[in-house]
Write a protein that binds this ligand. Sequence first.
Ligand SMILES: C[S@@+](CC[C@H](N)C(=O)[O-])C[C@H]1O[C@@H](n2cnc3c(N)ncnc32)[C@H](O)[C@@H]1O
Length: 216
Amino acid sequence: MQHRARGGNGPSPTLTFFRQWLKNPLSVAALSPSGKQLARLMVRELPERPRRVVELGGGTGVFTQAMLDNGIAPAHLLVVELNEELHKFLQNRFPDVNVVCGDARELPAMVESAGFDRDSGVDAVVSGLGLLSMPRTLQRDILRAAFAVLAPEGRMVQFTYGPVSPVPRETLDELGLTVRRGGFAWWNMPPASVFIYQRARSRPITPVRAGDRNGA
Ligand SMILES: C[S@@+](CC[C@H](N)C(=O)[O-])C[C@H]1O[C@@H](n2cnc3c(N)ncnc32)[C@H](O)[C@@H]1O
């Protein structure tokens, strides 16, 4: 079943987004919402049939809409947006989705009050945050919060303007994370890359047999 956005009488997403960028360029971190090609590449990296997905920095809902169009049920989605105007916009556009106004750093508390912490937790975090323009400490706090709610095999899907991961190697090592590259959205304004972060799995340790130990 496809879940559509509410009718076309509301304010324009592009104009709403641009107004919020004028008020807070560092936090909004883009002049206009992401395009559909990037949204497709983000959704492509989700695990099959995820039960719980959290979206950080929903903006005007480009990724939210793409996830709903890909069959993720509104009840399986929790969207976090810091900006009050954009939060109101999202609530109005997606009345069936749990949209929370708050800071991504407080994710564990929001996940708990939404009941998303039950069973194995969250399968994926889709991040539309401008991680690249954030100070390293803020970036690290957000990654910590995301991996605190993610299931052991969970992943965080992030986009960035530019060809390299927005999270530096030192932060990945400190948090015990791995990164792999997803797709590249040529037609996005500006073009954007997708990166996927997961917990590093330690290599299984093969027990040493008594014979091997004695050099036999
Ligand atoms: C680059 S925009 C992306 C919006 C949307 N996902 C898109 O791709 O069009 C970043 C969004 O993250 C929100 N944001 C910034 N810092 C945040 C934080 N700490 N917690 C939650 N949302 C935040 C901004 O208000 C903005 O809507």
